[in-house]
Design a protein. Sequence first.
Length: 121
Amino acid sequence: CFSLQREPEQAIRCLRRALQLDPCFAYAYALLGHEYAASEKYGHAIQMYERAVSVDCRHYNAWWGLGNMYYKQEDYRNARYHFQRAVEINRHNPVLRTSLGMACQALQEPERALEHFGAAE
């Protein structure tokens, strides 16, 4: 709610409080990662996404977040790896497939990129 109202500091406070109550709440770590990513605090975002997947290795949203952070930093190999992990968990998600296709395209892998773009439709 606070994130949608453009109050990232309040959103971060609420999510940190949720994690004090439940340190194994993977979704809260992923949401914190999204908040930090939106504020371009990529190092903090990566830490939160990594915490999320350490708590729940099937949290595809956090794997996607990690891929997105690496993609933004032009580390396309790491981006591809993390997007691939997300796709392995949720194969039919078009956002994940498109992201993986973009990483493959950036790595000059046009056939793989087209495969993932096609699967995103």
